[in-house]
Design a protein around this ligand. Structure first.
Ligand code: AMP
Length: 415
């Protein structure tokens, strides 16, 4: 079959790599792809992912049998709706269902109706009542732009002035329409974990958990980033976390959405805070997490195409997912100056890979035959092994052999 993968980051390279393992896929195309994906199939350039009609037309012209969508923006822009209109099978939620990520207020309303544990909240479209609400509530304050803001719309602070300022910046348009509604919510205190699943209607197949590292520097120091590494499996999670999240969070939310006319199909990501009162939901994303995907999919023994096809055809409830006993660790190699003043254009030299090593591309581009840095998180070095410790040694050995000027990475992933 011919599969079109939409997206071009490290998550999509990992998804494309896994799809390509399937004996059923004889052609993988990616849009816009990246140099890593280009080694697995053809890449299609020159179409803006937000031009959902254009992407659907292209998918029709390419005669694809399945479209898999990686990132949230084209989902929120209605790519699945456009493909549905053209009767092209697609894996991902339509625009209405993707509101679970593209509107924090919508997600909160659904959770309340579904009886799912989350932080108490209020939404505001005007400054005065929002500021009064902050005044009436204790610190810490959690203030969120309602819509997609490239992960930059959330402020958690002890400082009421700063919280008020954030409200004003949202409402004044700093995040565009995404900030025209502001959600202020109760602060949840506890370690964060994410649970990922494939969902279709009310059927759910959970994925193995991974732990990621958001801060730039070892010891959880430095600024927040898109993620500097991850490992899987994670031994120190509460027993039954994935099953509990499926039963108590995902299934009630999916049932509520289906009953209200917005059934959900696609990957679903639940971000949880493990509070002293039990797990509570921080957020939903309608995609897989990055870099977690890069350690989860190499451990998946089941054919991802079989799972996705079951989801698309309404038989996800009849399939299960098998996992390898191997552990996986990935170390993200960042560009000079990342995250504040990242620089591009540095020449990359990749080593020959040994057994148990994988490289996923994110911020790379080809200039002629030369591979160069083109984004903040450039590449990810993945190690596989019979233990997390062995996988970690392989990942760091590989990270060291990949060369580009300004390369930097955390030294304590999975340690
Ligand atoms: P979100 O995009 O809603 O997940 O928020 C981004 C990050 O902000 C989360 O991963 C948490 O670290 C933090 N956060 C969000 N909501 C809360 C909350 N209610 N209490 C504490 N921290 C939060």
């Amino acid at each position: 079959m011919r599969v079109l993968l939409v997206g071009g980051g490290g998550r999509e390279h990992a998804i494309g790599w896994k799809l390509r393992q399937s004996s059923r896929v004889d052609r993988l195309m990616s849009l816009p792809g990246n140099p890593g994906l280009a080694e697995l199939g053809s890449v299609i350039e020159g179409i803006d992912l937000h031009n959902v009609g254009g992407v659907a037309t292209m998918a029709g012209q390419l005669g694809v049998d399945l479209v898999v969508v990686g990132p949230e923006a084209p989902l929120a822009a209605g790519l699945v709706d456009a493909l549905d209109r053209d009767k092209i099978p697609v894996w991902g939620p339509n625009r209405a269902a993707a509101r679970l990520e593209s509107s924090k207020k919508f997600a909160k309303e659904v959770m309340d109706r579904a009886g799912v544990a989350t932080a108490r909240w209020e939404a505001f479209t005007a400054e005065a009542p929002a500021l009064a609400f902050l005044e009436a509530n204790p610190a810490p304050y959690v203030v969120k732009a309602d819509g997609l803001a490239a992960g930059k719309g959330v402020l958690v602070t002890e400082d009421r002035e700063a919280a008020g300022d954030w409200v004003r910046r949202c409402l004044d348009g700093e995040f565009g329409p995404a900030g025209s509604t502001v959600v202020i919510e109760e602060y949840l205190d506890g370690p964060e974990v994410s649970v990922f699943a494939l969902c279709a209607g009310t059927d759910v197949v959970g994925l193995e958990p991974a732990r990621d590292y958001k801060r730039l520097l070892a010891g959880d120091e430095g600024p927040n980033t898109g993620g500097m590494g991850a490992f899987s499996p994670v031994s120190e999670l509460p027993d039954g976390l994935v099953d509990d999240t499926i039963e108590r969070v995902m299934k009630p939310v999916l049932a509520t959405m289906a009953a209200e006319g917005s059934p959900y199909t696609g990957f679903l990501y639940a971000g949880l805070s493990l509070t002293s009162d039990g797990p509570r939901v921080l957020e939903f994303n309608c995609r897989l997490g990055d870099p977690e995907t890069q350690v989860i999919l190499p451990r998946m023994d089941t054919d991802l195409v079989d799972l996705i096809e079951a989801g698309v055809s309404g038989s996800l409830g009849t399939v299960t997912c098998d996992w390898s006993a191997l552990a996986a660790v990935n170390v993200v190699l960042a560009a000079r100056g990342y995250p504040d003043q990242r620089q591009a254009g540095d020449l990359i030299r990749l080593p020959t890979l040994d057994e148990g090593e994988l490289v996923f591309h994110a911020g790379t581009s080809l200039e002629g035959k030369q591979l160069k840095t083109s984004g903040g998180r450039v590449l990810s070095a993945v190690g596989l092994g019979t233990s997390v410790e062995e996988a970690r040694r392989r990942a760091y050995g590989l990270a060291d052999r990949i060369k580009f000027p300004g390369k930097h990475y955390r030294s304590d992933i999975a340690s």
